[in-house]
Design a protein around this ligand. Structure first.
Ligand SMILES: [Ca+2]
Length: 501
């Protein structure tokens, strides 16, 4: 049995060590991380040039950081994208390609982004949806959470869950996977995301009080269906201001059928006024969630934490609002693959929009790089820190060239059903190239220099055969080098290659 004074000495030693650690953190200005992610948010934001969106708070964040104009998810669906983003690994490595599989089944020992910070001494906390949840059914639960990622978790649940009977849905009673909406009674603060924002403020206040280095992840549920937002947000987006995208009458004859499998029978109702109401509700939800983001950012500012906090704002994938006759996600068109990504880092560039093509798997190495946290093994992405820090994004501070212009983004999807197919899409600075079942089920090629809405498929035109060959080669190279060859296999292949030479 130990004497009480020995125990007391140990307590004193632990306290001293904690105090020294905190002092060291304060002295080195260890950056905190505020990671904000919305669900199903495409680039319908003012800072991305959307003429209808009202997103003043996210726009302000963009003015204080770097906005990535060409940022792409690796899979346009919640669970696969979130598993990929939070492990920094591509779907081929997480093996998660649907909303049912738990990523730990195939990655039991993997270290996630928040877990890496937790292991390095940050207080890692989650509010709301970071890993997959079924929305709205699992709101208020842990969903498919990953306990090793966090020191603490909070699951907000607001009146939007209780108000389900009032929600209009294209398929009555179906909400999470079906276009549905509600101009809600009550206040923002009563909604799940309002409660999440208030909890974030509470946690930030405590971190500030205790000088705790933190990795705070705030996952908002909107604008995921059902598009629920208090009535004033709908009034700010009057129906007569809603623009519907134009879909040429012969659109479908120019794309492989696999590209359009995301269409659902009930969405045939989304024409005219009903389609406008759906779009109005989506934009109202975006403005509502923007206000919640604003509450969290204002608190960070007031508490004096902004100068040593990396702020990341993003979404798990993009979203269709009628483009190509598609709604929601699970397509490989630009609107579904592209995501907003804004990173404001302490001392970093501010108010800059960069055109380099980047991927959500890049977030993990970037944040680790900025904070001096070891990048977990198996991470697939590349750090974007140079784009945030350097005055010239094409050069490092010592003048060396960066090869960011060569980057391309890969987004894949597996369609379900009897005719399930695998689609792989690559976005370069100029092109989007998509092939279905390796090209056997069709190809798409779009020139973004001339066709940002991807309405003219150039894949079958003889004058683009050389471009297709080149892009095919690049997809093959990336698949071989990054996807399916384990490091040991890669080493063996390199040894054989050098022996041959
Ligand atoms: Ca989602």
């Amino acid at each position: 049995m130990r004497f009480p004074w020995v125990v007391a000495m140990q307590v004193v030693a632990v306290c001293c060590s904690m105090a020294v650690q905190m002092e060291a953190n304060a002295a080195t200005r260890v950056p905190n991380v505020l990671f904000i992610i919305c669900d199903d948010l495409c680039c319908a934001l003012g800072c991305y040039g959307d003429p209808v969106a009202m997103s003043p708070n996210i726009d302000t964040l963009a003015s204080r950081g770097v906005l990535f104009e060409r940022s792409y998810c690796q899979y346009p669906l919640c669970n696969p994208s979130r598993a990929s983003l939070l492990t920094g690994r591509r779907p081929a490595h997480t093996t998660v390609r649907d909303n049912k599989q738990y990523f730990r089944d195939a990655n039991p020992e993997g270290v996630t982004l928040p877990q890496a910070f937790k292991q390095a001494g940050w207080q890692s906390e989650r509010i709301g949806k970071l890993y997959h949840y079924n929305v709205p059914d699992q709101i208020g639960t842990n969903g498919m959470d990953d306990p090793p990622s966090w020191n603490a978790v909070f699951n907000p649940k607001g009146r939007d869950v209780a108000d389900q009977s009032k929600i209009f849905s294209l398929k009555p009673g179906a909400f999470g996977g079906t276009v549905s909406w509600l101009a809600a009674d009550g206040t923002d603060a009563e909604q799940t995301d309002g409660i999440g924002a208030a909890k974030a403020v509470e946690r930030l206040e405590q971190f500030a009080r205790n000088a705790t280095p933190f990795f705070l992840a705030v996952g908002f549920y909107r604008p995921h269906t059902p598009y629920v937002a208090p009535k004033p947000w709908f009034q700010k987006h009057p129906l007569d201001g809603v623009q519907l995208p134009t879909v040429p009458p012969d659109h479908d004859t120019h794309v492989p059928p696999a590209a359009l499998v995301g269409r659902r029978p009930e969405q045939n109702r989304l024409t005219g006024e009903l389609a406008k109401e759906a779009v109005q509700a989506y934009y109202a939800s975006v403005s509502f969630v923007d206000a919640q983001v604003g509450i969290v950012l204002e608190s960070l500012e007031k508490l004096g934490l902004r100068d040593n906090t990396c702020i990341v704002f993003t979404s798990d994938h993009g979203y269709h609002l009628g483009e190509h006759g598609l709604w929601q996600k699970m397509s490989l068109f630009e609107e579904s693959a592209r995501v907003p990504l804004i990173i404001a880092s302490p001392g970093g560039r501010a108010g800059v929009a960069v055109k380099h093509t980047v991927e959500l798997v890049d977030i993990m190495p970037t944040l680790c790089d900025l904070a001096g946290v070891p990048v977990p093994k198996g991470a697939d992405g590349r750090s974007l820190a140079a784009l945030l820090r350097a005055p010239d994004p094409t050069k490092t501070p010592d003048g060396a060239s960066l090869r960011f212009d060569d980057r391309s983004a890969l987004t894949e999807v597996t369609t379900s059903g009897r005719h399930g197919m695998h689609g792989m899409s690559m976005r370069t600075k100029r092109w989007r190239y998509t092939r279905w079942d390796g090209g056997k089920a069709g190809r798409q090629l779009y020139d973004h220099d001339a066709d940002s809405h991807e309405l003219t498929n150039l894949a079958d035109r003889p004058e683009h055969a050389a471009t297709i060959r080149e892009l095919d080669g690049e997809v093959d190279r990336r698949i071989e080098e990054e996807f399916y060859m384990a490091p040991a296999e890669r080493k063996k292949a390199a040894a054989i290659q050098s022996h041959v030479q």
